[in-house]
Each structure stands twice: as C-alpha cells, then as structure tokens.
Design a binder for this molecule. Structure first.
Ligand code: ATP
Ligand code: MG
Length: 561
C-alpha cells in the first residue's frame, strides 16, 4: 500500500512546458519521471511501477513462447566489437578504463549473446533456441527528443534466436510476429499498431519488420494501402501522378538563358512552366573507386537516398557521398545546369527515376552556365537504368490497388525484428553437429527488439486525457485510489486498503490531511496517475452506508464497508 502522507514525490500543480509533446509534460507533472539530462530519464516510484507493468506483459509473452530470460552485461569488451567490425560506429559509446583499455556500454547485445550461445549450442538438438533480456541500452543519438521516445539511455527487450536452417528461422520469425502482436494487444495498442515491411525489397534478401504504433508525435511516417501494403516512408513506393505523358514529343533545342536560374522559383518564372516539367540531377561519388553516379528525377520529387543506396550498393558494394563543387568542376559541369544529355559525355553513370516517364518535353540545363535546353525527353538522355528512387508524396497512387491513393500516417516504432543470417554466427565461429553427425557451421540468427521505455512514452501519449494518463488497467501504477476526507476516517480506510490488497489489488491510500489536501487535489492526483478505481471515504459516504466507488467507465455507487 502506498500512503501518500509518507510519500515525498509530490505532483506538480501544472504541467511544465518542457518537451515537444504534452504527454512528457504530464509524466513530469505526475512525478513519474525526471530528466537527468537530454535523453536520459530517472524513473520515480510511480513511473517505475508503470514501466515494470509494461515489462511484465512483455516478459509473460516471451516466457509463454518458450524464450529464455537472462541478463547480459552493459559493460562489454572491445575485442568482441572488433570481431564483428562494429567497434568504430559513432552512435555507439566507448568508455575508457585504466591505461589504454576501452569498453563499450552496449547499444545492442549480439556481441554478448553470440559467443555465449556458441558455447552451449553443440548439436542440432540444441536448436532452435531463443534467449531474451530486458536491459538498458545506450546510443549516442544525434538528437534525443520527445521525452522517453528517443533517449540516449533507454530500456529495450531484445531477443536473439539461433537455427539449424533458414526454413526453421522463417517459421520462427513468423511466430515472433504473432507473439509481438499479442504484446501490443495486451498493452492496449493493438488497434493502432501495424507491421511495416522494412526489408530492402527486390534488391535485398534481408528480412526486417517494424512494429509501428500510429501516433501524431511519432517520428516515422507509415505508408499503406487497402491491400495490406504497409511500409516505412523510408522504403515505400508508389506511382507518381501522370502529368503530360500523352503530349507529343518535340525536338530538343539548346537555348541561351541567364546564369542565376539555379532555383526553382526563378526557373519556373523564366521558362513559364510548372516545376514538374524541370529535371533534378543529383550526383554522388563512390567512396572507394571515386566513380561518379547520378540520379535524375522530376523536380517536384525527392531522391530517397536509402533506396538509391540499396540499389547502388548492389552494383558497386561501396558507400557514396554527395559530389562537391570541386567534383563538379572536374566533371565539366555546373550545379544547377547538370544534365545527362546524350551528347554531353559527362563521366557519370546516370540512373533515372521512373517518374521521368510521366512527363514529356522537360526544360533543363546544358552543363554550362546560362545554357539550357527545352523539349528534353528520355530519348535525349544518357540513362543506364530506370528504377524507383523517389520518396512517395501524398498524391502518389498505390501500386497494388488501381486508382487508390496511398495513406500516410505518423507512427512511432515500438518494435523491430530482423533476420541476421550468419552475420554474427560466422565471425564467432558457431557450429553444431547435424543429424548425420556432420559439422555444420551455418547457424541462422534472428534478433527481436521492443522499446520498453519508448513504449511507456508511446502509451502516455496514446492514453493521455486533458488531466492525466488513462493507463490500461493492467498497466496503471495501482488499481485503487482511496480518498479519505477527515482524519477520523483514516483507520477505516486503512482497513479497507488492507482488505483490497489481500484480494490481490494494489492500493494508494490518500491519507493526507492538511490545508492544501482537499478533495480537488486528491481527485486530481488520482486522474493524473490514471488509477482505474477511485474510492471516496468521508462522513457523507458513511452516512449513505459505506464508501463511494467509481470504476473507470462506470457509474459511482455506494458500497457497504
Ligand atoms: P529508430 O529507428 O527509432 O532509431 P532503431 O531501428 O535504431 O530505432 P532498433 O535497434 O531496432 O532501433 O531497436 C529496437 C527498438 O528499441 C526500437 O524498435 C525502438 O522501439 C527502441 N529504440 C531504439 N532506439 C531508441 C532510443 N534512442 N530511445 C528509445 N527507444 C529506442
Ligand atoms: Mg529499428
């Protein structure tokens, strides 16, 4: 039982305006959390109970599925990260030890779990197996924001599975999706949590899915249609609107223009044509071979660098960066006038976005200052291959349902599951003996994350009302809140609290007496903390025959003591 007369963590009179979302203000007002610094929060007693309840739902589902809970270290040895080539990732913290020693505080635990399981997986009989833990994680996020939604220190449930074959992994992966959906269902988020496909599509065989909860303040945008298509905007694809593709193709002409038409406003004015009738050319330099590659796209659309990256890495297995002004000079072209015209012979391999097929007779540059072209068509361009490189806009049509517009919704990623293949099992040398007593060194792995502390932030935002957070009953910090009015009734209330606790409920006894502790204050705290059952015990209710019980969503009634 929590006696408020002995509880120092008082709520605040009003919600402090500190964050970019209102639920964080409510969490601060209710004394659930305090900020230690940007991206790091302390969980105070009330908040800690909410967090534990969320963890418990997840733990129960993991246990029911037969995954084994363990607890791995936060402080991890550098050597393990060197084995997997992940020591130098800037988003992962390094901490100094004595002398030259350096450690890592873990952002994820593949480097812990793989060698441990390597010791225990001996035969095919040990597979499949899955372990999980609920533990703090540390990431040097560029921008910590939105309270618990993006921290540098946060709590994650991460699970790791090991398999004797790809088929076995696939089956397991499908089951994990169901386990995850049950978790979000039990947390009250089921109706608004979707599985977004996050694989690389045709050009990647890595499987990954995100669990996204629709939320106005979420950082991600989820694109879907009625066929069940559901993708993160980062990878989504749709059909750009047709502009004038039925127009007759005219002959390309070079024209003299002026040097300063390098932005869209000036160009549309100068040419007297809409922005979609201009082209945009983006040039990248490959990091190892220094080869130049470019994307050509309709001006009103943007190149999605994640899509382009996947595409180009499939051809060149190199990373790339945006070409600099100096790079363009060596290529004999000028920013704002770069144009992949057939006769310009730029030393660039150009790829075209499919949107180019929706427009005829473009206006564009001619690789020289103040020289332009008009009536440019695909036939005039030196394009190696067409692909979908654009980021869908809200007016794009679905590729699956003819004539249907894509739906865009903000969401927060509450979980993410991945096929890891042998990315970690190979470097750590995992193997097992198969049914024929042969050594097999292909151990398939998967990993499965749920953002536990982020979920608390998501739920706070999802369930907030004007005056508090209406946590689902299984998550609320306590089940009952007893408001006692009048010191003389405290011992009666205490008895009631004990009796409720022996029935398995958890009780806050608001036995505060004082000038400021009127009914309004008490009822306000009850609401701020989202306690589903409110009891009032006062002379008036006793006269009526007992205490007043108000259950969430119900009518208040008098219950005999
Ligand atoms: P994000 O795309 O949001 O940065 P991520 O894909 O890097 O997340 P994962 O490595 O997939 O994250 O981690 C598993 C889960 O942990 C995520 O789905 C998310 O719910 C949670 N999580 C990740 N980063 C953070 C963070 N900085 N703060 C709070 N929760 C986080
Ligand atoms: Mg993720």
């Amino acid at each position: 039982m929590l006696r408020l007369s002995q509880f120092p963590f008082k709520t605040l009179k009003s919600a402090p305006k500190v964050s970019d979302n209102h639920s964080t203000s409510l969490l601060l007002q209710g004394g659930y959390i305090r900020q230690a610094m940007a991206g790091a929060y302390e969980f105070l007693p009330i908040g800690h109970r909410v967090l534990r309840n969320i963890e418990q739902v997840i733990r129960e589902e993991m246990d029911a599925a037969g995954y084994h809970e363990m607890l791995m270290t936060i402080l991890t040895p550098r050597e393990m990260w060197e084995i997997t080539g992940r020591w130098d990732i800037p988003e992962y913290f390094k901490v100094p030890g004595w002398g030259d020693t350096e450690y890592r505080i873990a952002p994820t635990n593949e480097e812990n779990v793989t060698p441990i399981l390597g010791e225990f997986i001996q035969s095919y009989k040990d597979l499949p197996t899955c372990v999980y833990h609920i533990q703090k994680k540390f990431r040097n996020e560029k921008r910590a924001k939105s309270g618990l939604l993006r921290g540098r220190e946060f709590i994650m449930k991460d699970a790791y599975s090991f398999h004797a074959s790809r088929e076995d992994f696939d089956k397991f992966y499908a089951d994990v999706k169901q386990v995850y959906l049950r978790c979000f269902e039990r947390l009250g988020l089921g109706a608004d949590t979707v599985i977004a496909d996050a694989d690389g599509g045709a050009i990647s065989d890595m499987n990954s899915h995100e669990f996204q909860t629709y939320l106005e303040v979420g950082e991600d945008i989820i694109v879907s249609d009625s066929s069940g298509y559901c993708y993160n905007l980062e990878l989504a694809s749709g059909i750009p609107d047709d502009k004038n593709s039925s127009e007759e193709v005219r002959l390309m002409e070079y024209i003299d223009t002026v040097p300063d038409i390098v932005n869209m406003e000036k160009m549309t004015k100068y040419f007297g044509a809409p922005d979609w009738q201009m082209l945009k050319t983006v040039i990248y330099k490959l990091q190892d071979s220094w080869k130049y590659v470019g994307v050509v796209i309709r001006w009103d659309l943007d190149v999605n660098e994640i899509k382009f990256g996947k595409f180009i890495r499939n051809i060149y297995a190199e990373s790339f960066m945006l070409a600099s002004e100096a790079d363009l000079e060596t290529l004999w072209t000028v920013r704002g006038f770069i144009s992949p015209l057939k006769d310009s012979q730029l030393q660039v391999e150009f790829y075209g976005d499919e949107s180019l097929k929706t427009v005829k007779n473009f206006f564009w540059g001619a690789n020289t200052l103040a020289k332009s072209t008009k009536n440019v068509n695909i036939e005039d361009l030196d394009i190696k291959e067409f692909w979908d490189f654009s980021e869908p806009k809200e007016w794009f049509l679905s590729r699956n349902v003819s004539g249907e517009k894509l739906v865009f919704k903000r969401a927060s990623e509450v979980g993410n599951i991945f096929h890891l293949g042998t990315k970690y099992s190979k470097p750590f040398g995992l193997s097992f003996t198969d049914e024929n007593n042969q050594l097999n060194d292909v151990v398939e792995m998967g990993c499965y994350g749920i953002g536990v502390s982020r979920l608390m932030g998501v739920m706070a935002e999802y369930f907030m009302t004007e005056r508090g957070i209406m946590w689902p009953e299984n998550i609320a910090p306590y089940t009952h809140y007893i408001i006692v009015m009048g010191e003389e009734h405290i011992s009666r209330a205490e008895e009631l609290a004990w009796s409720l606790e022996t029935q398995g409920y958890s009780v806050i006894l608001d036995d505060r007496v004082g000038r400021k502790d009127g009914f309004g204050q008490k009822a306000g705290d009850c609401e701020l903390w989202g306690i589903p059952n409110r009891i009032v015990l006062s002379s008036k209710t006793l006269e009526q025959g007992g205490y007043e019980l108000l259950t969430r969503g119900g009518e208040s009634k008098i219950v005999g003591l």
